[in-house]
Ligand binder design. Structure first.
Ligand code: FAD
Length: 213
């Protein structure tokens, strides 16, 4: 950022996230610390998704740290562990609400009107919940946990493909300085795809091949 000498507010694209916990009607067995999402409920038109993954001892311990009031029920929760499902509800990039701006000697990262983002997240989560209910996968209650804007870990799109100063060309070279290659999530705008990881890796591999020539 110092090198780019940017003093105006820069919007960081990301997928705001709401975590939901459901009680499933069936057991899901897994011996992983964190099992990846087993399936996703996705609405491409409205640009949101929710995955479903089973709970684990590690996740349960994290939850007990956040909701210490539940600590006396740890044994019961451990017993029910395989029936507890977690879901990450993610929104598309049009709901991004993270900004970075230089303020004297430091960079501030902030969001605006957090309540509105939370309201949108809850609205989409209800639809995912209704889908799970219709499929008779979960019992009729859930608990939402909002970790805050910026804790979704899906940041990207600050230096995307384009023609201006703060963008890259097809080979991911910074337009202002072709000897700088950007190969992380910042060159993408994951409007439709809400899961950036594999694309970031595949693109990095593509650029590595170009550099190797
Ligand atoms: C808990 C969690 C769960 C996630 N789940 C999913 C998922 O299910 N599906 C999905 O698609 N995506 C998921 N993501 C998002 C995905 O991991 C990120 O979008 C992706 O890793 C971004 O890649 P990146 O290369 O842009 O950044 P990163 O992977 O964050 O890489 C940045 C690297 O730079 C290094 N670094 C930072 N500062 C310096 C420095 N000053 N000097 C040298 N090195 C430095 C860091 O150590 C790090 O290795 C998840 C992320 C988290 C944290």
């Amino acid at each position: 950022m110092e090198y780019l000498n940017i003093n105006k507010e820069v919007s960081i694209k990301h997928h705001p996230r709401l975590i939901s916990v459901y009680l499933g009607r069936n057991k899901i067995l897994s011996n992983l610390d964190i099992t990846p999402g087993l399936f996703q409920v996705k609405n491409s038109k409205e640009n949101y998704s929710g995955d479903v993954r089973p709970c684990s001892e590690m996740i349960l311990n994290m939850a007990l740290k956040i909701y210490s009031i539940l600590k006396p029920f740890k044994k019961i929760l451990m017993f029910l562990k395989n029936y507890i499902y977690f879901s990450n509800n993610l929104l598309g990039t049009q709901y991004s609400n993270l900004f970075i701006k230089k303020n004297k000697d430091q960079f501030n990262i902030y969001s605006k009107n957090k309540k509105n983002t939370l309201k949108i997240l809850k609205g989409k989560q209800i639809k995912i919940y209704k889908f799970l209910r219709n499929k008779k996968l979960v019992y009729p209650f859930y608990k939402n946990f909002f970790p805050g804007i910026g804790s979704d870990y899906h940041y990207f799109g600050t230096i995307p493909l384009g023609n201006n100063k703060l963008s890259v060309n097809k080979n991911c070279q910074l337009n202002n300085n072709k000897s700088i290659y950007l190969i992380d999530g910042s060159v993408f705008n994951f409007k439709k795809n809400l899961y950036p990881f594999v694309f970031v890796m595949a693109n990095a591999k593509r650029i590595a091949k170009i550099l190797n020539k």
